[in-house]
Design a protein around this ligand. Sequence first.
Ligand SMILES: [Zn+2]
Length: 467
Amino acid sequence: MKKTLLPAQSQFTPDFIGTKFISIAIGTFLIFNFSLLIGGSAQSIPINIGTQNPSMPVGGYTICGTMENLEMLKQQDPRLEARMAAIEEQTQEYIKNNPQKTQGVVVKIPTVVHVVYANATQNISDTYIKQQIDVLNKDFRKLNADWNQTPSVWTSLVADCEIEFCLATKDPSGAATTGIKHTSTTVASFSPTTDKVKYTAQGGDDIWNRDKYFNLWVCNLGSSGLLGYALFPGVAAAIDGVVIDYRSLPGPPTYAPPYDLGRVATHEIGHWFNLKHINGNTTCGDDLVTDTPTQDKLHQSATSGSTGPPTGCFTVPYHVNACSGSTNGEMTMNYMDYTDNKCMFMFTAGQKARMLAALNGTRAGLLTSAAANCAGVTGIYELSLSDHISIYPNPSTGEVSIATLSTINSMDLKVYNAIGEVVVTKKINVPASGETKINLSSNPDGIYLFQVKTSEGTITKKIVINR
Ligand SMILES: [Zn+2]
């Protein structure tokens, strides 16, 4: 049978942030006009963004600066390529010798999160750092509820990667730690080009020994829309970790929809464990994984800067595979694609094999580190609904904010006064900012009960109004 081959679609290469020029037309909506250097020639893709979202970086999202960063590092470090080639050899050897694609044990990775902040908004609370770790532990253990949305043709490939992350309980000197370091900085925003966030002397926070800890930096990556970057195995010890923008974490009040469910970190940590992008970073390229389909490009919805659906996820199967002609389409739901956070929900067994190769190769120090640095930590931070909904300030002078995670789309609010009378009844469709304000300034001072009912349950919080 003759295979149907679609013409290769225009290659959107968001890693190259330096090549993006933006013009903004202001009307009832914003039109972002991306001029992208594609294969040396400029191509304009007008993108209609229906409403202005104040938390959305101007110009949409760059998603991931990992490959751009790697090219720069190769220039600076002439031996990096040779080291990476040796690691690739070890990787292939490990995969060949471990065809079962399991190590039969879950490995806990001691993790330190460096929160480097220039203002209070960037100083992400420990609650939401734990929520981020929780997302990782679900995604890497196939405990994420949405993995079963994987098309049936690929469900058998979805992997429990047998990797968990725990916030370190001991720092490099052996002292007790929460595994979260908050460091204030005068640096307004950080960039992968200079990588200052990894150096205390440059306004960041020094790495903890990469052979004993996974280092995750959370900081402001500026307004270019860059949400994160990672380093592949083989790079210098001082920089060997993952950096994500503070807006990509799963928690209010700092949203960056549609990349705010914590899966920017999942994607970047995939790189840190030696995974390439699903298209091998070029049209129909090789990601060195045997069970992922060859793919012509990385996919983004139009709101985030490409030519996909205006919002949301790609239909499945997403067209006839432009490289192979397979009617199974493309694996847009893989964490190593660029789809919206809610549209990606799986690593394959082949990707897992590469990650285990890294864990048993260059990253093997972590295998023995957990006992010392994760003592007493389960690794799973299952948060209650009350951690997903913040009602503040308390006490308040009248205006009360309700902030939610973006997994919550609507709420039924009832506010009771001290004698049990309902003073507010409101159905709230949670706005993109995730924050709703309730004004009680016409009510007398006193204690009020806020009852918030959501699809995930109901919580009640006591708020004092005191002017
Ligand atoms: Zn990436």
